[in-house]
Design a protein around this ligand. Structure first.
Ligand code: UT7
Length: 333
């Protein structure tokens, strides 16, 4: 029997809208301070889409950037996966909208709804299509317009989130090539559902005057509960995926964590025993862009020279659901 084909990332593309929302801007909206936000989260500014633009618009920009880096045409894409919690609308899927806008003919595709773990879940799903041998070029996109579901009167959540998109291209590794996704460890734990959620707009509480008046179409979060879970889980899932593949922290060339809070990232890095120089932190300039944080951080890791062919890369995220995931891959480009 032939060994399964490994999926490797052959290009990364990103997009953030130019409009900025700084801590100084937020000081004018709610009772907060630049000092509080920086100390508790590490965030200085975030990006916001222009009115009238949506998640599919950012996703298309990131996808174009990714295809440009690879030097290929959108017509060669065979599957397109979009991770998002802020689809343009409930249906059709954002994947369908992106496929049409990007000019990809008749490919397969779907949305993945796993909040901050969404990009990792979509990446694993895309890699499985490659490994199964059914698809050879899979575009995986993480994109969120978080500013569309944020209550700018709630100081505990409005300081955290921003908009952005990132895309990677997955292709089969050559036979014998070391590059590609080595392993993933994902878990969902619905017990955490009420700690981070959007109460209305689905079949449980369809939109009504009451749901609007009660501000139920916005993100609701019990920050401390999520924080405690994230700190515990980020470490646990990373440790599991490292040890079951025979690696230690010293083997990791680059750790690319979901960017939710600088303190969560630092705590995870320290507990794993990672060299801080190998831990990617860009939350300061983007905030939490949900499904887009990891591809946006991949771009920064590349610019910092931490990603080279053969580099061992650890990815990890925790998010609403709860959802969590850690992945190990050998960088290809
Ligand atoms: O990616 C999705 C997963 N999400 C996360 O990982 C987020 C996890 N949670 C967090 O990052 C943190 O819990 C927050 C940044 C959201 C909050 O930080 P915290 O250190 O947990 O603060 P806290 O909720 O315990 O609040 C401490 C105080 C409270 O005041 P009192 O009760 O002590 O008087 C809050 O009302 O800080 C107050 N506070 C603020 N003060 C100034 C809350 N938000 C603000 C604010 N500015 N923006």
């Amino acid at each position: 029997m032939n060994p399964p084909v490994r999926a490797k990332i052959t290009a990364v593309g990103t997009y953030v809208p130019p409009r900025l929302l700084t801590n100084a801007d937020l000081e004018k909206l709610v009772e907060t301070s630049n000092d509080w936000i920086l100390t508790r989260t590490g965030i200085s500014e975030r990006h916001m889409v222009e009115p009238g633009k949506a998640t599919s618009d950012m996703a298309v920009e990131a996808a174009r950037n990714c295809l440009e880096h690879r030097g290929i045409d959108a017509t060669t894409i065979e599957a397109l996966l979009v991770a998002t919690v802020t689809p343009d609308m409930l249906f059709p899927s954002t994947a369908c909208l992106v496929q049409h806008k990007l000019g990809v003919p008749q490919c397969w595709g779907f949305d993945v709804l796993a909040a901050c773990s969404g990009f990792l879940y979509a990446l694993a799903a895309g890699a499985s299509l490659i490994s199964a041998g059914t698809h050879r070029r899979v575009l995986v996109i993480g994109a969120d317009t978080m500013t569309s579901i944020i209550d700018y009167t709630d100081r505990a959540t409005c300081i955290l989130f921003g908009d952005g998109a990132g895309a990677v291209l997955l292709e089969p590794a050559e036979p014998g090539e070391e590059a590609g996704l080595l392993d993933f460890h994902h878990q969902i734990e619905g017990v955490g559902g009420s700690s981070l959620y959007m109460p209305a707009g689905g079949s449980h509480r369809p939109a009504s005057h009451e749901t609007v008046d009660k501000r139920e179409h916005f993100v609701h979060q019990e920050g401390q509960a999520v924080f405690k879970y994230a700190v515990l889980k980020m470490y646990e899932i990373c440790q599991t995926v490292l040890s079951r593949n025979g690696f230690t922290a010293d083997d990791v060339d680059c750790f690319i964590p979901h960017q939710a809070n600088l303190r969560i990232i630092q705590s995870t890095g320290e507990r794993l025993g990672l060299d801080p120089k190998r831990v990617i932190v860009n939350i300061g300039k983007y905030g939490n862009t949900t499904a887009a944080t990891i591809p946006l951080a991949m771009k920064d890791a590349h610019e910092q020279g931490l990603l080279h062919p053969g580099a061992l890369v650890l990815l990890a995220a925790v998010g609403a659901g709860y959802t969590c995931g850690a992945q190990l891959l050998r960088w290809a480009i």
